[in-house]
Design a protein. Structure first.
Length: 245
């Protein structure tokens, strides 16, 4: 895992704070778990403070201890926590061992994870004003592909350990804006940039492919942004699998 430039985290978090300040907290967003703008602000702020504590202590931390206190201004509280997280991750040795929610790891895990978490929820927040927005433009050019790599290395790996049901066939995800591709086998083994016959193929920008894996884009509803071929049932099984939680 390469070292992440934490200026990207600062940039995405700043964009999130700006967007939140311009959005009615009661505005609905496209999230099953946090259905309003105000709730997604509280969630991301909570997660960022939790991650800061995990890096500082190098141990398991109770996320509930880092919820926004009643009466604190949400934007001020969020901005304070985002700055603390960025500063902590900038100081952290990426190779130093630490706790992660999938087992022992290194600080580089949190550096990458927190960029992706902020990006995902910036997208969520923007659905208060736009239907099916693209991947946030604030991210670095290579981040969408890194999101897909992380999906494999962290979330698919965890789902395999938990016994996720096999897919009925293989799926090839092919990025149209780079030379990256990912072949997902029926047993959820992923061959990064692998070649081989697939039962279904989904082509789009790496950003849109990442949104599909995050359960935030529908290739059938967004036909102008995706190209599909092969067995539709296999592709639907991939998009409906609850991997990313």
């Amino acid at each position: 895992m390469s070292t992440i430039d934490m200026s990207e985290l600062a940039r995405v978090s700043d964009a999130f704070a700006t967007e939140a300040g311009q959005t009615d907290p009661s505005a609905p967003i496209a999230s099953r778990i946090w259905p309003t703008a105000g709730e997604i602000v509280d969630h991301l702020g909570n997660i960022q403070r939790w991650a800061t504590a995990a890096v500082q202590t190098r141990g398991s931390v109770d996320v509930r201890e880092h919820a926004r206190p009643s009466g604190r201004d949400p934007i001020e509280w969020f901005t304070e926590g985002a700055s603390a997280l960025t500063e902590e991750l900038e100081r952290a040795d990426p190779d130093a061992e630490c706790w992660t929610f999938v087992g022992p790891g290194r600080n580089a895990f949190w550096q990458r994870r927190m960029v992706h978490e902020a990006t995902k929820h910036l997208w969520d927040l923007r659905t208060a004003k736009a239907v099916d927005p693209p991947m946030p433009a604030e991210v670095d050019a290579g981040t969408p592909a890194a999101i897909i790599d992380e999906f494999d290395e962290v979330f698919i790996a965890r789902a395999r350990r938990q016994g996720i049901a096999h897919l009925p066939g293989s799926v090839l995800l092919r990025a149209t804006d780079s030379n990256r591709s990912w072949l997902i086998e029926p047993d959820w083994i992923v061959l990064s940039d692998g070649v081989g016959r697939a039962d279904a193929v989904l082509e789009a920008s790496a950003g849109d492919l990442a949104l599909v894996l995050w359960e935030r884009a529908d290739p059938w509803a967004l036909g102008s942004r995706f190209s599909r071929s092969g067995d539709e049932a296999v592709l639907r099984a991939l998009t409906e699998a609850r991997v990313h939680r």
